[in-house]
Design a protein around this ligand. Sequence first.
Ligand code: MN
Length: 243
Amino acid sequence: MSNNTSKPIIGVMPLVDDERESLWMLPGYLNGIRQAGGLPIMLPLTTSHNEIVQLAKMCDGFLFTGGQDVSPELYEEQELDGLVIKNPTRDQMETALLKLALEHNMPVLGICRGIQFINVALGGTLYQDIPTQHPSNINHRQSKPYHLPSHKVNLIKGSPLSAMLGGAEELMVNSYHHQAVKDVAPGLQVMATAEDGLIEAVCKLDVHFLWAVQWHPEFSYTVDEASSKIFTAFVKASTDRYI
Ligand code: MN
């Protein structure tokens, strides 16, 4: 940072509503960053390489938000008929953004689609539809209110997430997803799994900060300490990147 009163600027991937032909934002993504001491800005949806390079120069960290499904072509699978809703523009922008972020050791937090996209971009695969491909009794697609927990996750001992929570071995999380990580990408470490074996959090240990969770801290950070601490860890990493 140029001076110590500036907040780290976190570029937030926009949400896309195809029906309304709109970009939009859930306040929780922005306010979760703000309560952690960061200054969030919603990025434009662009595939211009020059614009993405300039955005990477402007920002101190990137939040990969929830949204449409990652295109199965990116992990070389046939699309399940009628069960996958794609957004190739986000796929393309996020591919460029993640590459730059990793090249420049910029902190990255992925949420929901975020963990799925990051896993695919680094060489992993996804379950395209949990009810079809990984049925279980666990409710991964809860109804409102979304700030309440839906299921437990087991935290991997010694993982940064468990360490941040004082060595906790489990955590209750909310859940609103129909896809999930299948094969973990090389270079990613699992930090949390659900009781049915689904992967719920990963990190990359050989960079300054890359965490991704399948749950939704943007809905629960005001009532759940672990959710708020995830934003805090991300913003802190974005603050001390240059130290
Ligand atoms: Mn879940």
